[in-house]
Write a protein that binds this ligand. Structure first.
Ligand code: 9WO
Length: 245
């Protein structure tokens, strides 16, 4: 998998490939990351990449030419036909299904804009899709790009160990995660749920799924609405709600 990022802050974006799961994927050459900076393609003495918005208004807009050249350079570093994806509040909300779709590609380019916006002609001519992490505005697209890289890298074959990828799958059921506990057994006057100390793996798996289903129902009813609950799932959910009082 080859990912290229177009950003005015390559040092910021590069950090994602230095640590943890993504760092391991890069080390094992399961993933390559490179960054192109539009400032390196600005041809004036001041290496200008932004300018005032036509029509007035606050802030600056990312200029077309240097950014388009950076995108073209980035496209040369990923397989032919790789999509160019802009991170912006105007995009489709990123989710696990999109992470899965991107992880099946040979590569892609991420455009992380800055300022108040990106010249619209650049989006029309060079961008294949826009992705948003949610309805909020960041100072730029870099942090969103790093999140996409992390979510995709975890899905690449060989990146997560078998055990870890199993937990990944549990989320892939479209539910929130179950609660997690570790030593000590008692802290702050609260004990670990007895079922988790039972050693009965079937009971533990049932309890974890019940918790995931119940938490999803209470916190993200939209996720549960997507599911067609079978009789056993409805029974688990009822049990959870009764236990919650
Ligand atoms: C700035 C702004 C200010 C007031 C009202 C709306 C606004 N939109 C923007 C804006 O989109 N600025 C951008 C900065 C230009 C593109 C990159 N930037 C960005 C990306 N800000 N926030 C994101 C982002 C990306 C993905 N998911 C959520 C937010």
């Amino acid at each position: 998998m080859r990912i290229a990022v177009v950003s005015l802050f390559p040092e910021l974006v590069g950090q994602v490939g230095e640590y943890g799961v993504v760092g391991r994927a890069v080390e094992r050459q399961l993933l390559s990351l490179n960054c192109e900076n539009p400032r390196d393609f600005a041809e004036d003495a001041h290496r200008t990449v932004d300018d005032r918005p036509y029509g007035g208004g606050p802030g600056m807009v990312l200029k077309y030419e240097p950014t388009a050249k950076a995108i073209r350079q980035a496209k040369d570093s990923v397989p032919e036909g790789s999509p160019v994806i802009c991170l912006s509040p105007q995009g489709k909300v990123f989710d696990q299904a999109t992470a899965r779709r991107l992880s099946d590609l040979q590569g892609f380019v991420l455009l992380a804009g800055r300022y108040e916006g990106i010249d619209e002609r650049l989006i029309e001519n060079e961008v294949d899709e826009e992705l948003s992490l949610g309805d909020f505005v960041l100072s730029g697209g870099e942090i969103a790009a790093m999140a996409v890289i992390d979510a995709v890298a975890r899905l690449l074959p060989g990146v997560l160990g078998d055990e870890e990828s199993a937990t990944q799958d549990s989320f892939m059921d479209g539910l929130l995660d179950h609660p997690h506990y570790t030593r000590p057994e008692s802290v702050a006057g609260q004990r670990v749920p007895a079922v988790l100390l039972s050693g009965d793996h079937a009971r533990i798996a049932r309890w974890r799924y019940k918790q995931a289903l119940g938490r999803s129902f209470l916190r993200r009813p939209d996720l549960v609405a997507e599911l067609k609950l079978n009789q056993e799932q409805r029974k688990l959910l009822d049990e959870f709600l009764k236990e919650q009082g």
